[in-house]
Design a protein around this ligand. Structure first.
Ligand code: ZN
Length: 505
C-alpha cells in the first residue's frame, strides 16, 4: 500500500519497503511528470527506512533517491524514525525566546502578559505538542521561560518566584490562572486523538487500529513513545468514556475495548481470544457468536445492547460532542475546587484586577511578611497607614487606610467589629442573603479593583516615594469601577444599591 500526505510543496509518501511498491511509486511519479511537466528533483528527495530494512539499497537505486538517517522537517516539526532529542526542539525554544523578548511585549502589564501567554505562546507550544512528544527537559525549559516572563516581564536572569508555575498553570477553579500546562495540553491532545481513533475513519486511524487494535491492549516491548503516551491516557480516562455497540461499522476491538458493560470481554473469559472488531460478531443487528464460546461469556456479550442509530460508538461523560476543554479539564478531575474561585473569577471579573487578587490570595504579592519568609527583609512599616507592620492580611484590609477606602465604597463593611482580611470580606458579601448574584459579583469586583489600586499606591509610596494626594486614589478607583461597569446589564440597579462606588468626584 502506498499513500501520501501533501501540504504546500512538501509531499510525504508512505508505503511498505517492497520492490513492487517502489515500482508503483516510480510509475506514479513519472506519469505525474509526463502530464504536468513537473519533474522531480532527485537531490531533494529522500527515503527514511525503518531499522534493518533489507531492500533499502535496492529501492534507493531504483528510484535514484538517497537515504537519510536524520530527521526531516514537515510543516516545521521534525520527523524521525528514532526518538527525538532535546536538540530537535531548539527551533521551538528559539521561537519562544524571540516572542517573549519582542519589543512589544516589554510594555505589557501583568494581565497583558497572561493574555500573551494564553494565546500566542500556548498556540505555538500546542502546535508542537500535537506533532511531537516534547522531552521532559525541554518542557522544564519552556516552563521556566514562561514563568519568568509572566512574573517579571523578562525571560532572563535569576528572579524570585512567589507562586510556583505548576500552581499558576491550573484552571481557575482549581486555584490557577487558567494557563494550560504542557502536561494538560499533551493529555488533552491525547484524548482528542483517542476520540478520533474511535469516531472517524481516516488513513492514519485505520493504520493505528490495524497495528495496535486498542489502547487497552497490553503494550509490546519497543512500542513507540507516542503510543505509550496514548495508552497511559486511555487508562486515565477509562471512567469518562462509555462504549456503545452499534449495528453497523462498529470498529471497537472485540477483545480489548471495554464495551461490554464498561468492561472488556477479557474480564469474563481468560482462555479464549476473539480477534477482530465487534462488527465481525454482529449479523443483521443481532449478536452472532462462535458456537464454541463459553455460555457465561455468551450471556455477558448478548446482554450488551446493540444500537441501531446511535450518534457514535463512544461518548465522553455522557456527551457525544466533547470539546477540547472537556479533555483539558479531564486532566484535573482529581482536584478539588478552591473555595475563593468565585470571588475572583466571577462572571464580571476584570483580568487586570482579578489577577492581583489571585496573587494576594496565594501570597504572591511581595509584602514584608511574604519576603521575610524567604529571608528578604524590607523596612516593616506599612506604607499606607505608616503605623503598623506590613503584611498581606494587613494591606487587605486590616490596615486603617485600606479599610477606610474599601468601607467608603462598600459602607456595609462598617458592621465588622474587627478589621477583616481579604478572605473575610469576600465571605461576608457571599453570606449576605439580600444580595442578588450580580450584586455580589459587583462587590467582589470592587474588592479586586480596590486591592489593585491600593497595591499600586503602596508600591508608589514604598519605591517611588509617590503619594497620591488627598482623595485622588478614591477617584481613581471610582473611575475604574465606572469604566468597567458601564456596559453591565444591571448597571442602573447597581448604582442604586451601591451609590458610593459611583460618586461623581
Ligand atoms: Zn497599614
Amino acid at each position: 500500500m502506498v499513500n501520501h500526505l501533501h501540504y504546500a510543496d512538501d509531499i510525504l509518501v508512505f508505503g511498505e519497503a517492497s520492490i513492487s511498491n517502489a515500482n508503483s511509486l516510480q510509475i506514479a511519479l513519472s506519469s505525474f511528470a509526463k502530464y504536468s511537466g513537473l519533474v522531480l528533483n532527485n537531490a531533494k528527495c529522500q527515503f527514511i527506512f525503518s531499522h534493518n530494512t533489507p531492500l533499502a539499497n535496492e529501492i534507493c537505486a531504483q528510484l535514484g533517491f538517497s537515504q537519510t538517517e536524520n530527521t526531516i522537517l514537515y510543516l516545521g516539526i521534525p520527523i524521525s524514525t528514532k526518538k527525538l532529542k532535546a536538540s530537535h526542539f531548539q527551533p521551538l525554544l528559539s521561537k519562544l525566546f524571540t516572542l517573549l523578548a519582542g519589543w512589544k511585549v516589554k510594555f505589557l502589564s501583568f494581565a497583558g502578559r497572561v493574555q500573551f501567554l494564553k494565546f500566542t505562546i500556548v498556540n505555538t507550544i500546542a502546535y508542537w505538542i500535537r506533532g511531537a512528544v516534547i522531552p521532559k527537559g525541554v518542557g522544564r525549559q519552556i516552563d521556566k521561560l514562561c514563568s519568568k516572563f509572566l512574573f517579571h516581564g523578562t525571560h532572563s536572569g535569576k528572579k524570585l518566584h512567589l507562586i510556583a508555575w505548576n500552581k499558576t498553570c491550573l484552571p481557575k477553579c482549581f486555584g490557577g490562572l487558567g494557563l494550560p500546562s504542557l502536561d494538560s495540553l499533551s493529555f488533552a491532545f491525547g484524548c482528542s486523538f483517542l476520540w478520533r481513533f474511535y469516531t472517524t475513519s481516516s488513513l492514519v486511524g485505520d493504520w493505528f487500529r490495524h497495528k495496535f487494535s486498542s489502547p487497552w491492549k497490553p503494550l509490546k516491548p519497543k512500542t513507540s513513545n507516542f503510543w505509550k503516551r496514548i495508552v497511559s491516557i486511555a487508562l486515565k480516562i477509562k471512567d469518562k468514556l462509555n462504549f456503545h455497540v452499534i449495528s453497523e461499522n462498529c470498529t471497537l476491538s472485540m477483545w480489548w475495548d471495554p464495551w461490554c458493560q464498561g468492561n472488556t470481554v477479557l474480564d469474563a473469559a481468560q482462555s479464549i481470544c476473539l480477534t477482530g472488531v465487534v462488527s465481525d460478531f454482529i449479523s443483521n443487528g443481532f449478536w452472532s457468536l462462535p458456537s464454541q464460546l463459553d455460555q457465561s461469556v455468551c450471556t455477558r456479550i448478548t446482554a450488551t445492547p446493540i444500537f441501531a442509530h446511535p450518534h457514535s460508538q463512544i461518548s465522553w461523560a455522557g456527551s457525544f460532542k466533547p470539546s477540547f476543554k472537556d479533555y483539558y479539564m479531564g486532566f484535573y478531575s482529581e482536584l478539588n475546587l478552591v473555595p475563593w474561585f468565585k470571588f475572583v473569577w466571577h462572571a464580571h471579573y476584570a483580568l487586570k484586577y482579578a489577577s492581583y487578587a489571585w496573587m494576594a490570595l496565594l501570597d504572591g504579592l511581595k509584602t514584608v511578611d511574604v519576603l521575610a519568609k524567604r529571608n528578604i527583609y524590607l523596612p516593616p512599616e506599612c506604607s499606607l497607614c505608616r503605623i503598623e507592620d506590613e503584611s498581606t492580611a494587613h494591606c487587605f484590609f486590616q490596615c486603617e487606610f485600606s479599610f477606610s477606602v474599601i468601607s467608603t465604597l462598600l459602607p456595609s463593611l462598617n458592621s465588622f467589629l474587627l478589621r477583616p482580611n481579604l478572605h473575610q470580606i469576600f465571605q461576608y458579601f457571599d453570606g449576605v442573603e439580600t444580595l442578588k448574584g450580580f450584586e455580589k459579583n459587583f462587590c467582589y469586583f470592587v474588592i479586586c479593583c480596590t486591592l489593585y489600586h491600593l497595591w499600586r499606591e503602596r508600591n508608589g509610596r514604598r519605591f517611588g516615594e509617590l503619594e497620591t494626594s488627598g482623595q485622588d486614589y478614591l477617584k481613581k478607583i471610582i473611575y475604574a469601577i465606572k469604566a468597567k461597569t458601564g456596559n453591565w446589564k444591571q448597571v442602573d440597579r447597581i448604582k442604586d444599591a451601591f451609590p458610593n462606588c459611583f460618586l461623581g468626584y
